[in-house]
Design a protein around this ligand. Structure first.
Ligand code: GAR
Length: 222
């Protein structure tokens, strides 16, 4: 997969579940839009569907179960060592449902991206769709951000908005958001891989300009 030109950026993807964002990124790479090579797909859960998908494609996979470690920092060190074996230029969190240790985050600072299913800073943490519905929000969405030690608090690079429609439940809203996730995450990875995006002194720079606000794709118009 992912045409391995000499300039291809080495990417490690961390997953906990089905991996639809992983697949969206891989599809854009396969289509020639992303100069990346996915070196490994790693998970905290042995039953993550994304692992099967990756190994069927010949991508290295591994599971590191947190239960085998006494605390988050120790797990973070071991996970960091595992990730580092693949010498990544970029680490992509794609539905990795575990809070990372500060040590891990600092080790990969500036080359660690996450996707979160809300318009950050609204709704960090879990159950974002439920919380948006409960709040009566008319707009919801997803964000891609550089990861910092603050949970879902790192600088946001790109967001996509979607409408909250009458009759929506968590599932219908999640599905609408997910379509947009599959647009913004590959785009953000592309910006990073082509050198258009970098984190400098905690600020994302895109095309040589500091982002004082995220790029926003309006997914409210179908
Ligand atoms: C995605 O909706 C992603 O935004 C979310 O998990 C899902 C993973 O789906 N991530 C988080 O909630 C992280 N806090 P996927 O496995 O199909 O990519």
């Amino acid at each position: 997969m992912t045409a391995a030109s000499p300039a291809a950026l080495r990417v490690v993807v961390l997953v906990s579940g089905r991996g639809s964002n992983l697949k969206a990124i891989a599809a854009r790479a396969d289509a020639g839009y992303l100069p990346i090579r996915i070196e490994a797909v790693l998970s905290d859960r042995a039953n993550a569907g994304a692992l099967t998908w990756a190994s069927e494609r010949g991508i290295a996979t591994a599971v590191l179960a947190p239960q085998a470690f006494p605390d988050r920092e120790t797990y973070g060190r071991a996970l960091g060592d595992l990730v580092a074996k693949f010498d990544p230029g970029l680490v992509v969190l794609a539905g990795f449902m575990r809070i990372l240790s500060d040590g891990f985050v600092n080790r990969f600072a500036g080359r660690l991206l996450n996707i979160h299913p809300s318009l950050l800073p609204r709704y960090p943490g879990l159950h974002t769709h439920r919380r948006a519905l409960a709040a009566g929000d008319r707009e919801h969405g997803a964000s891609v951000h550089f990861v910092t030690p603050e949970l879902d608090g790192g600088p946001v690079v790109i967001q996509a908005t979607v409408p909250v429609l009458p009759g929506d439940d968590e599932d219908s809203l999640a599905a609408r958001v997910l379509v947009q996730e599959h647009v913004i995450y590959p785009r953000c990875v592309e910006w990073f891989a082509t050198g258009r995006l970098a984190l400098r002194d905690g600020v994302p720079w895109l095309d040589g300009v500091p982002l004082d606000a995220p790029v926003v794709l309006d997914g409210t118009r179908d």
